[in-house]
Design a protein around this ligand. Structure first.
Ligand code: GDP
Length: 198
């Protein structure tokens, strides 16, 4: 898929105020600083559609971007650093869980994971939560340019192992990306395109 138009539509913190238009929706979420804004800008060929920042936790709203007048890309707030003792509901703000539990247009969530790091408890909790509420999701490994191809493969394998140890039957669809090098862009957009045309 080629992205011809990407326009900002609305930012808000209430699911009821999200666009009424019934276009398929794809949500991007991950820990603060994982590279979400950079990835969104890379996918949409924009320098600053999503606001990048070295400062964690900056985007605290649900941001809707309309792509090719055909689907919504949804930029969700980055979640915090590992606070393992808290339950998902307490760690993730109510409006984020509301979004996942109530937004009927949501087709797939993309959970961003920094390829360099070992599996983080908060990400695993979030993935488990998505499984519990039966939201389809994919994993996007980010910042692949920061490690070698061999390390990338072993980190992906380790992640798969971790998920299987956490009672997942299989690794969900995943993508390895680098926003600085454009890695993974075509595959990811083709995946969305395929679902949209099913
Ligand atoms: P967000 O908080 O998840 O939106 O993360 P940002 O997109 O603002 O990125 C956080 C930091 O990581 C910034 O300093 C980015 O320049 C850097 N970054 C993001 N993606 C990549 C990538 O693919 N490769 C490299 N080398 N750096 C990245």
């Amino acid at each position: 898929m080629k992205i011809n138009t990407a326009e900002f539509v609305v930012s808000n913190s209430e699911v009821s105020k999200c666009p009424q238009e019934r276009l398929p929706e794809y949500a991007f979420i991950g820990r603060s600083n994982v590279g979400k804004s950079s990835l969104i800008n890379m996918l949409t060929n924009h320098k600053s559609l999503a606001k990048t920042s070295g400062r964690p936790g900056k985007t605290q709203l649900i941001n809707h971007f309309k792509i090719n007048n055909n689907w919504f890309l949804v930029d969700l707030p980055g979640y915090g650093y590992a606070r393992v003792s808290k339950k998902t509901k307490e760690v993730f703000q109510q409006f984020i869980t509301d979004y996942f539990e109530k937004r009927e247009q949501l087709v797939c969530a993309f959970v961003l994971i920094d390829i360099r790091l070992e599996a983080q408890a908060i990400d695993l909790e979030f993935i488990t939560y998505l499984g519990e509420i039966e939201v389809p999701f994919c994993i996007i490994f980010t910042k692949a340019d920061k490690i070698s191809k061999t390390k990338t493969d072993s980190h992906v394998a380790a992640y798969r192992k971790k998920l299987l140890a956490n009672n997942w039957e299989e690794m969900p669809p995943y993508f390895v990306t680098s926003s600085t090098e454009g890695t993974g862009k075509e595959k990811l957009l083709s995946y969305i395109d395929e679902i949209n045309t099913e």
